[in-house]
Design a protein around this ligand. Structure first.
Ligand code: ASP
Length: 322
């Protein structure tokens, strides 16, 4: 055990984050949530918690925060209900679990972990995922628990416009509805040098029922492997799937000898080539931390080797002593 190995990074989504649409109170709430969740995760790592436990716990807290698009406060599909995607991966063994289009788990990331640890499978979808949550007596919630007034308004507007997401829509920058992004994720390196990653989302506003994005696709939205890196992505999921983004970061390091920063930049560039935008958070096997994005901003917080907690939405970074 070597506490100097500990690293944590979390995100609350990347995308069109127009400063004008982010009022002071709302921005302060986002920043406080990121700061609190990252600092608790850091403390847990310093107390010897495993990277796997820490990313699950951090994502559970992000799922509970209603302004992020995951768990409570997730965006609504074209039927006006949430369908939740999540995944988790353990860098020690490449064990992985994921759920897509689940409607009832209060904490989709915990259901993803249950798929990994308590079934022979990696990915469960829809009703089958919900049935596993029920069978294992994991916490479940009724539809109303997940739906916030803001998400309902966003879905109604998107449906009226016939769009699947409001990103890049001029109306998006209007006073309301705003901020359709907010997928969440965490990557960690523990005191033993093990890596883990987890990601959770409601996907895209007004998506087709049954649509799964990159988040539950291991290798697209999430990857962890002790020899290289842990990655959690956010952005326009279809492009991330078509780029195998998270695995591409790993492969560039493993087979191409790239540094973490080079691998992230190269992998994200391939998403950009297709016209996709978003970002990712990543921790390398030597403790490097990278948080690149090609969108306007990304909600993020991290602690790297110097033990300083950093919180950012745009390019400017606020530093907090721990
Ligand atoms: N990647 C997520 C999806 O496409 C959305 C996001 O990150 O905002 O489902």
């Amino acid at each position: 055990m070597d506490l100097s190995r500990c690293r944590i990074a979390i995100h609350g989504g990347a995308g069109v984050i127009d400063r004008a649409s982010l009022d002071g109170e709302r921005e302060a709430a986002f920043r406080a949530a990121l700061e609190g969740i990252a600092s608790r995760a850091w403390l847990a790592l310093k107390q010897g918690a495993s990277a796997l436990d820490v990313v699950e716990q951090a994502v559970r807290e992000l799922e509970d925060f209603p302004l992020f698009n995951a768990g409570r406060g997730a965006v609504l599909n074209a039927d006006g209900v949430v369908e939740l995607d999540a995944s988790i991966m353990d860098g020690r063994s490449r064990a992985a679990g994921a759920v897509a289009a689940a409607r009832t788990p209060t904490h989709p990331v915990t259901l993803a972990r249950a798929v990994m640890e308590r079934t022979e499978h990696v990915l469960l979808v829809g009703e089958g995922a919900d049935r596993l949550a029920e069978a294992l007596k994991l916490e479940r919630s009724p539809p109303d628990y997940f739906v916030t007034a803001e998400r309902a308004a966003q879905q109604k507007l998107a449906a009226r416009l016939g769009k699947v997401t409001l990103d890049h829509d001029p109306l998006y920058n209007g006073p309301d509805p705003k901020d359709p992004r907010g997928t969440v994720g965490a990557v960690a390196r523990d005191a033993w040098g093990h890596l883990a990653a987890a990601t959770s989302t409601g996907g895209m506003t007004n998506k087709h029922p049954g649509r799964a994005g990159d988040t539950p696709v291991i290798g697209a939205g999430t990857w962890a492997e002790d020899a290289t890196c842990a990655v959690s992505a956010t952005g326009h999921g279809e492009f991330f799937i078509r780029s195998a983004l998270a695995h591409d970061v790993h492969a560039r390091m493993r087979y191409g000898g790239a540094s973490l920063a080079q691998a992230c930049a190269g992998a994200l560039a391939r998403v950009g080539e297709l016209g996709g935008d978003g970002g990712l958070i990543a921790i390398g096997h030597e403790g490097e931390v990278a948080l690149p994005y090609n969108s306007e901003g990304m909600y993020r917080a991290w602690v790297d080797g110097d033990g300083v907690l950093r919180v950012a939405i745009y390019a400017e970074v606020a530093e907090h002593a721990l």
